[in-house]
Design a protein around this ligand. Structure first.
Ligand code: HEM
Length: 390
């Protein structure tokens, strides 16, 4: 449940200023899940995005959630609790958008709360993947979900594990520059980064094996879509809204912060990052990439530790490229592209542009991360280092 420790909790839930949050949290874990599941099973029988029917369920989902949210007037002091609350309220807003229920007048109080939370934290006023995976407090083995369809739990668990593995790799690599690339202590960090990026691939493989493509496409994806908060449309959520993957791109030297294509990737995701994440990208942008450090030092002679660390660095690059190639070929393609009615389809992806454009953007990222022999990739520098260290 949402922890409301900031101001102390009394037993009488409704008497406590934060009791309204607890009441909403309880509903979100129970009736909300049951109602979404009824609607999803109904749509799924016809493999439809949405169908008429169960109007009473749709009305209750809107009314009960909106009235519990309207009672939330006191916010937790702790920013992490406030961020979790933004996600919890955002779940209801996204579900109403998914089931196409609720007029602006019905949703105005909750949009106002979302804005208040978003502004206080400096983030977009909607739920994002970080809310699903990282700020989602479990109680009795269960975290917040939209439905009780097992694939949703698989999706969040495996994606969340992959994000943690990326974060572990980035945490290791960000310490290398201070030690220098020929430092034997840094060897351990590079080994850790290689192992963590191997875990990313492992979790992604498990996701591809355990997730049913139809369930993903028809019952989960629609909750991730773009929706309004007030008069502004906020783009949908995706598992990429965390900084560590970009920190890795920059630290490894596979992506260039001066490349306009990559600059847009960074700028676009910033409002959707959890608090604190943007600072790690800012720091990585200011750091000399490991590739250029290795090349600079190797030009003066390849010493044994430098050679060992460079081989580990190259292994980390290979693992990063392999994990992302898997994302492209074994997740995006079968779970999204193969299911979408036409390549021009709008509204299928999180960020809104036609699917074809999004897939092109992801393919370019895949080329950069794998250091393929193409214009503007790090291929040349990687090749030089491979020659130097054998
Ligand atoms: C069924 C599984 C998945 C599908 C269908 C999928 C699909 C997509 C799509 C379509 C986008 C582009 C979003 C947009 O701009 O509209 C995206 C972005 C992204 N996804 Fe996934 N994804 C899946 C799982 C994962 C997993 C497990 C990870 C690992 C953490 C991941 C990491 C990313 C990242 C980092 C981005 C942002 C772009 C980038 O910097 O690469 N995705 N994904």
């Amino acid at each position: 449940m949402i922890r409301v420790t900031g101001s102390g909790i009394h037993d009488g839930v409704h008497r406590h200023p934060l009791g309204a949050i607890r009441a909403y949290d309880r509903w979100l874990r129970d009736e909300f899940v049951a109602m979404n599941t009824v609607l999803e099973e109904h749509y799924f029988t016809r493999r439809a995005d949405i169908l008429p029917g169960h109007e009473d369920v749709r009305a209750s989902l809107l009314r009960d959630g909106a009235s519990l949210i309207a009672a939330i007037t006191t916010l937790p002091d702790d920013p992490a609790e406030r961020y979790a609350l933004l996600g919890a309220v955002g779940y209801h807003a996204a579900a109403c958008a998914r089931h196409e229920t609720g007029e602006p007048a019905d949703l105005a109080p909750e949009w106002s709360l979302l804005r208040r939370l978003g502004t206080s934290l400096g983030v977009a006023p909607r739920y994002t993947f970080a809310h699903q995976a990282l700020y989602n407090p479990a109680a009795g083995d269960a975290f917040w979900t939209f439905t009780s369809i097992p694939d949703e739990r698989v999706f969040i668990t495996r994606n969340g594990q992959a994000v943690l593995a990326y974060q572990r790799a980035a945490a290791a690599l960000r310490r290398v520059p201070a030690m220098g690339v020929s430092n034997p202590v840094a060897t351990y960090l590079l080994e850790d980064a290689v192992a963590a990026l191997g875990d990313v691939l492992r979790f992604n493989r498990a996701l591809a094996a355990e997730l049913d493509p139809d369930r993903f496409y028809y019952c989960l994806r629609p909750y991730f879509k773009t929706h309004r908060v007030g008069r502004v449309e906020y783009r949908g959520t995706n598992a990429g809204d965390f900084a560590a993957i970009n920190e890795l791109d920059l630290l490894l030297g596979l992506c260039d912060p001066a490349d306009p294509f990559y600059q847009e990737i960074l700028a676009e995701k910033e409002p959707f990052l959890p608090p604190g994440d943007a600072a790690t990208i800012q720091s990585a942008v200011r750091t000399e990439p490991l590739l250029s450090r290795f090349l600079r030092e190797a030009a003066d002679g390849v010493t044994p530790v430098l050679a060992e660390n460079a081989r580990l660095y190259l292994a980390a690059c290979r693992a990063h490229g392999a994990a992302y190639a898997f994302h492209h070929g074994r997740l995006v393609t079968p779970f999204l592209v193969a299911k979408a009615p036409t390549a021009e389809t709008d509204g299928v992806t999180a960020s809104g542009p036609p699917l074809e454009a999004v897939v092109g953007m992801l393919a370019r990222l895949s080329d950069l991360r794998a250091g393929r022999k193409k214009d503007g990739t790090a291929w040349e520098g990687l090749e030089r280092l491979r020659e130097l260290v054998g």
